[in-house]
Design a protein around this ligand. Structure first.
Ligand code: ADP
Length: 231
């Protein structure tokens, strides 16, 4: 019991530290981004290219910092009720250029009238991580990633299926564990954050995978309790 309390306290301190660090880094990052954007307007040739690369790298930093913040504070902060198809279309639009660059065919089919209650940016980040992982896993071959959203009993299911490299049973068992990554420039933060966000809205994520054949992630979410909130 005592040990449990100490562990919880340690986790709280670590979470607070990560949250305040991420928060503090975010504001200078935003101002650097602003100045880079201004400089880009008049830049030409090599300078333009360097500034564009800097912007891209800043974007990546921002993404990682958001992951830290979301890990430390998975609680929903600005909650609304949103249609799942809308959220998935937004993510698909954002992911399409990455999929195309990796020769991955990204398909989506979402039933209408599926509503969830969540913090939009957090749930988007959680789903984006799963979809991004599927794209990364299929990029070596002519990959296919398909996203489907449907209702099952009183739950909303979002299924992300790929025909990528797949995972062994051992890999599956440590998925989402601290900083586990097999990617050259991975952080291993993605699924840690994803699991925490989905759990915080009463959902869960299940993974099935066969090495060499592909992976299916199934996200199960509760339907929005009060559809009146839509208005
Ligand atoms: P990162 O993307 O930084 O590696 P994640 O937590 O998102 O961190 O993923 C952890 C690891 O899980 C990945 O590096 C990869 O090895 C594995 N993984 C996740 N999704 C898939 C998938 N769809 N197919 C194969 N491996 C996957």
């Amino acid at each position: 019991m005592q040990e449990q309390i100490i562990r919880t306290e340690k986790l709280n301190v670590t979470s607070q530290l990560a949250a305040s660090l991420a928060h503090e880094i975010r504001s200078p990052l935003t101002s650097i981004k602003g100045f880079l954007q201004l400089s880009l307007r008049n830049a030409e040739g090599k300078n333009k290219k360097y500034l564009e690369i800097s912007m891209m790298e800043l974007g990546r930093m921002e993404y990682i910092i958001n992951d830290f913040l979301n890990y430390a504070k998975p609680q929903m902060e600005s909650i609304g009720v949103f249609p799942v198809s809308e959220i998935l279309f937004q993510i698909k639009d954002e992911m399409e250029p990455i999929a195309r660059a990796n020769h991955v065919d990204l398909q989506m089919l979402a039933e209408e009238d599926l509503w969830i209650q969540a913090d939009l940016s957090k749930i988007k980040q959680a789903l984006t991580h799963i979809i991004r992982n599927s794209i990364d896993a299929t990029s070596a071959s002519k990959g296919q990633v398909s996203i489907a959203a449907y209702r099952q009993y009183n739950q909303i299911c979002i299924r992300i299926r790929d025909n990528g490299v797949g995972m062994s049973a051992e890999q599956l068992s440590i998925l989402g564990a601290s900083f586990y990554s097999t990617k050259m420039n991975g952080t291993g933060l993605g699924l840690m954050v994803t699991f925490r966000i989905i759990q915080s809205i009463g959902g869960r994520v299940e993974f099935k995978s066969v090495k060499g054949e592909g992976t299916t992630a199934l996200v199960k979410l509760p339907t929005a309790p009060d559809l009146q909130l839509k208005a």
